[in-house]
Ligand binder design. Structure first.
Ligand code: ADP
Ligand code: MG
Length: 236
């Protein structure tokens, strides 16, 4: 087994007026390549904060993030952008789809944003067919032209998963991906993530409130009082 992603002594506080509100107090965590880790913990315990630090959406006050044996939290902004766009894929509780765009366009969007206009135009056909394949893979081949408000919650999350896969990530970071779904659609989304984890060897970290969902991960870690609770890791 090789360590894919790790946190070393992560600390993070947010400012509230003049005082800092401490959230993470030294989080140490190692995630193996291909592992699916569930992160649990009470509301406000810092689960989203941890995911943001690991995926370079935010920077720690102290501590380090390592990817494949290289420290990544202190890289230049351009390199960090690159990792965010290519190495990491993000999935959120409320999908974050653009309402004006079809499912297909939402999945194509990361490429539209990243490429210069002329190279996007040159590659548009390939990008469109790749986005179509991804939507087919998540079971939405029949919903390509639907807008988000014409999709169910489960279908919106599947679209967001296809979008997260568009950059060919190695690591998916999912923040309560089933949090807004009924248990049937939530289970379907979890099974899709699990299948993608197995078939593509994707490393995944998934925040969840749902015990039934968490128990299907390879390992459960719990955030409590700003640290990882290894006891929770042991029972998983
Ligand atoms: P969780 O995802 O476990 O519910 P979060 O990581 O979102 O917890 O938040 C942890 C704590 O940090 C909470 O008390 C929250 O209010 C606070 N917090 C989160 N983001 C910010 C922010 N941008 N500014 C100030 N406080 C924040
Ligand atoms: Mg959260």
């Amino acid at each position: 087994m090789t360590v894919h992603l790790s946190a070393v002594g992560l600390e993070k506080s947010y400012r509230k007026g003049r005082t800092g509100v401490p959230v993470l107090h030294g989080v140490d965590l190692q995630v193996e390549r291909g592992e699916l880790v569930a992160v649990i913990g009470q509301s406000g315990s810092g689960k989203s904060t941890l995911l943001h630090l690991l995926g370079l959406l935010d920077t720690p006050d102290t501590g380090e993030v390592w990817l494949d044996g290289d420290r990544i939290d202190n890289l230049r902004e351009r390199k960090r952008d690159d990792l965010r766009n290519r190495t990491f894929g993000f999935i959120f509780q409320f999908y974050h789809l653009l309402p004006e765009l079809s499912a297909l366009e939402n999945v194509m969007l990361p490429h539209m944003i990243r490429l210069k206009a002329w190279s996007y135009l040159k590659q548009r056909k390939a990008i469109r067919s790749r986005a179509t394949e991804l939507l087919e893979r998540v079971g939405l081949g029949h919903r390509l032209t639907h807008k988000p408000n014409e999709l169910s919650g489960g279908e919106m999350q599947r679209t967001a998963i296809a979008r997260a896969l568009a950059g060919g990530p190695e690591i998916l970071l999912a923040d309560e991906p089933t949090g807004n779904l009924d248990s049937g659609s939530g289970q379907g989304v979890l099974e899709l993530l699990r299948d993608l984890n197995r078939e593509r060897g994707l490393t995944m970290m998934m925040v969840t409130h749902d015990q039934t969902i968490a128990q299907q991960a390879d390992r459960i870690v719990r955030l409590a009082e700003g640290r990882i609770d290894e006891w929770a890791a042991a029972i998983a």
